[in-house]
Ligand binder design. Structure first.
Ligand code: NAD
Length: 274
């Protein structure tokens, strides 16, 4: 049901997955991930920072799904930068998840004032060579950070996971990604369920297509080629957010949504997060 995108290293990733930021570890995460897997999601996006890797792992084990049917992403915590430290942190994530490899491992934030993301990236390259991760990528990297990886290392990130929604469209980074073979992953794809979903342009399209505002926005991402993993702990919404493959937005409606760009960043500025 969910299409896959082929990354620059040949690995295929389901274009839509399930995000677990701010879902409490324990029963909440186990239930939400269990529900998502039951509904048909096969791609889970977690992070060491979220504190719920162990619960994600339990839900995966309880699902009985074969490992090769699942795509699991986790991310390096900000206090674990460094070539050796990154590999140690990945081992801890694998233990928590109960897995012998993850499909995608990301540097969560570049932390430019620390000036060690290039060295950290070399640690991810080594983890990939050791078979502990199938694909490596970055998150919250700006053009300058991607340029440095290109100049100083041998591996182009498979993805860059960035904040992206119709009122924050990240045109410069998306163009850079397209030119350099980096897939765009959009975090907070539905604007954290806030004011974005109330915008008149979006509610009008929801009415036109007979879909929810969240479904219209997710459809916009998919048609642009973005990889998304909306988060919800509510069973009905978990199903709703996956039910976005039975309709298509007209090109001018995609353009209407893209024109909502207003630079409305919800999260931290990566250049200032240290
Ligand atoms: P999101 O845009 O996915 O919004 C989630 C919120 O929207 C939910 O908490 C709920 O309140 C609401 N919602 C969910 N489904 C809805 C629906 N159908 N209709 C109306 N409201 C709905 O925001 P997010 O959780 O911040 O982002 C998604 C995922 O991206 C995260 O879970 C995480 O995996 C990832 N992420 C990564 C970073 C990063 O720095 N790399 C940062 C933030 C999030």
């Amino acid at each position: 049901m969910v299409p896959t995108i082929t990354l620059n290293d040949g690995v295929r990733i389901p274009q839509l997955g399930f995000g677990v930021f701010q879902i409490d570890p324990g029963a909440d995460t186990e239930q939400a991930v269990g529900k998502a897997l039951e509904a048909g999601y096969r791609h889970i996006d977690t992070a060491q920072m979220y504190g719920n890797e162990e619960s994600v792992g339990k839900a995966i084990a309880a699902s009985g799904l074969a490992r090769d049917e699942l795509f699991v992403t986790t991310k390096l915590n900000n206090d674990r930068h460094g070539r050796d430290e990154a590999q140690k942190a990945l081992e801890e994530s694998l233990t928590a998840l109960g897995l012998d490899h993850v499909d995608l491992y990301l540097i969560h934030w570049p932390l430019p004032q620390r000036d060690d993301y290039v060295e950290t990236w070399r640690g991810l390259e080594q983890a990939k060579a050791a078979g502990r991760v199938r694909s490596i990528g970055v998150s919250n990297f700006q053009v300058a950070h991607l340029d440095r990886l290109a100049a100083e290392t041998d591996t182009v990130p498979a993805v860059n996971q960035i904040e992206l929604h119709p009122d924050f469209t990240q045109d410069e980074l998306r163009a850079y990604h397209r030119d350099h073979g980096i897939a765009t992953e959009a975090w907070s794809p539905i604007g954290q369920g806030g004011e974005l979903l109330q915008l008149q342009e979006i509610t009008a399209l929801a009415e036109k297509y007979g879909k929810s505002a969240a479904q219209v926005v997710l459809r916009w991402h998919l048609q642009l080629g973005n990889i998304v993993f909306p988060k919800s702990a509510t069973p009905a919404r978990i199903e709703e957010n996956l039910d976005v493959f039975g309709f298509e937005l007209a090109d001018d409606d995609v353009a209407t949504l893209s024109a909502l760009d207003a630079g409305n960043r919800l999260g931290p500025d990566p250049d200032e997060m240290n």
